[in-house]
Design a protein around this ligand. Structure first.
Ligand SMILES: NC(=O)c1ccc[n+]([C@@H]2O[C@H](COP(=O)([O-])OP(=O)(O)OC[C@H]3O[C@@H](n4cnc5c(N)ncnc54)[C@H](O)[C@@H]3O)[C@@H](O)[C@H]2O)c1
Ligand SMILES: N[C@@H](CCSC[C@H]1O[C@@H](n2cnc3c(=O)[nH]cnc32)[C@H](O)[C@@H]1O)C(=O)O
Length: 408
């Protein structure tokens, strides 16, 4: 069996929720006659989503959503699956990245599934003739949804897109536990350095940041949080972390991880203050959270190792992981989020794609919440797979919750 297929099968055994949806799709064929175009991180868990959609009758065309996150053996294995075409390649140039998006769009998809909105952006700017064929789409991540909402506000989003990221079953697990565990495991395996006792600076205390802070604390790090939102900064303070500005953190941090979705969070004002040997990683979005363009321009020299570029700044080494791209997926050994977490995210994707297939025609262009029934269905399927039971509201409790006339 190929290594790609072995990886896909390995992941499958820990994805019970997606497996049960696949079974249902095999019976119902909700995507019969439809084409789904995708830009996601092409690796084993994503391959299981692709197979689920294909089992539901779709022709699936997929490429990557990050130049460094594709696992080529998984991409090759996907090309062996009936009705699946994969164009992703690890280490592609930006031109090759968009050429692959172009190939996905050549298939004229009726449904899009994006992680970061690059596919939808390309479709709306360069392949507008295909827009009329699209029923709707799904978006996986926070920044993709920020971009979609900005587009919708300018009335430029021409079909409905489900904000998969924004539903509890996605961000309470994927963003928090997934990013926390996978970013740290990737940093550890890439650098082979210790976390315990180090100052680990987390930029941004959103869903990803709090997961990372919690897991780093569990490993014995002295966690520092930087924020721009006063409420989230206070939350971090009361959760027991040191809160300060990046200017201050730059002087004491050993390891820095950005989770903001923003630009130049670690930038020209900070690099000069870093300690020799500081390690910088991004677990948020594009490769702009750390201003690597400035580093490349101003470093005296650079040294490249597997997944690490060392910039020598006035004799001082500063190490950037994965070229400033997502550290959990873009380092040579980065495996992405743990399988069980992606089982939930991709169960949502599969059910939301079905929702679009069935309801998309009746929705206007814009960003839509994941229907609550889908969110609850995924939670119930996961609980069932764990053998866990929960209580049910009695009729009296339901009535009490909706009443206003019963007081002290
Ligand atoms: N690595 C992954 O696999 C992974 C997983 C999920 C989400 N993401 C990405 O991670 C990013 C964060 O996602 P989230 O769900 O935590 O979003 P979020 O909105 O909950 O959190 C982002 C936080 O960053 C803060 N922030 C913004 N600019 C800042 C700055 N200059 N300095 C300090 N803090 C700043 C915001 O105030 C906010 O609290 C997004 O880009 C998202 O797409 C990555
Ligand atoms: N295209 C952007 C997107 C940010 S990825 C952030 C998303 O990746 C998703 N993700 C994290 N790990 C995995 C994985 O292992 N497989 C597939 N998707 C993943 C996760 O759901 C999260 O919302 C970029 O690469 O810069």
């Amino acid at each position: 069996m190929s290594t790609g297929k072995l990886k896909i099968d390995w992941a499958a055994q820990y994805m019970p929720v997606l497996a049960s949806i696949k079974k249902q799709f095999e019976k119902d064929k909700p995507f019969k006659g439809m084409t789904i175009g995708m830009a996601l991180h092409v690796e084993a868990k994503t391959a299981n989503l692709v197979q689920t959609l294909a089992a539901g009758g779709a022709k699936v065309y997929i490429t990557g959503c990050n130049p460094l996150s594709t696992q080529d053996d998984v991409a090759a294995a996907l090309n062996e699956v009936k009705n699946v075409h994969c164009y992703a390649k690890r280490g592609c140039t930006v031109d090759e990245y968009y050429a692959a998006i172009e190939q996905v769009l050549d298939a004229a998809p009726s449904i899009t599934i994006d992680d970061g909105m690059d596919l939808i952006h390309y479709l709306h700017t360069k392949r507008r003739e295909l827009l009329k064929k699209v029923i709707g789409g799904c978006e996986e991540t926070t920044t993709g949804i920020h971009r979609l909402r900005a587009m919708a506000a300018e009335k430029k989003l021409e079909f409905p897109v489900v904000a998969v990221n924004d539903t509890p079953m996605k961000r309470f697990f994927d963003n928090v536990h997934g990013t926390g565990e996978s970013a740290l495991s990737s940093i550890m395996i890439t650098t082979n350095t210790l976390i315990a006792g180090k100052y680990l600076v987390v930029a941004g205390y959103g869903y990803c940041g709090r997961g990372l802070a919690q897991k780093a604390h569990g490993l014995g790090a002295k966690v520092v949080v930087t924020e721009v939102d006063p409420r989230r900064a206070l939350e971090a303070h009361m959760d027991g972390y040191h809160v300060m500005t990046m200017d201050q953190a730059a002087e004491i941090g050993d390891i820095f991880v950005t989770t903001t979705g923003n630009t130049s969070v670690i930038g020209k004002d900070h690099f000069g203050k870093l300690k020799a040997g500081a390690i910088l990683a991004n677990a948020g979005h594009f490769n702009v959270e750390i201003d690597i363009a400035w580093l490349a321009k101003h470093a005296d020299s650079t040294v490249e190792r597997d997944g690490i570029i060392t910039y020598i700044l006035k004799g001082k080494p500063v190490h950037v992981l994965a070229e400033g791209r997502l550290v959990n997926l873009a380092t040579p050994k980065g495996m992405g989020h743990p399988i069980e977490v992606m089982d939930l995210s991709f169960a949502l994707q599969a059910l939301c794609a079905r929702y679009i297939a069935e309801q998309g025609d009746s929705l206007k262009g814009g960003v839509y919440d994941v229907p609550q029934e889908i969110d609850e269905q995924v939670a119930r399927l996961k609980l069932a797979s764990l053998g866990l039971s929960i209580d049910e509201l009695s009729a009296a409790q339901k009535k009490y919750q909706c009443s206003w006339d019963i007081g002290t």
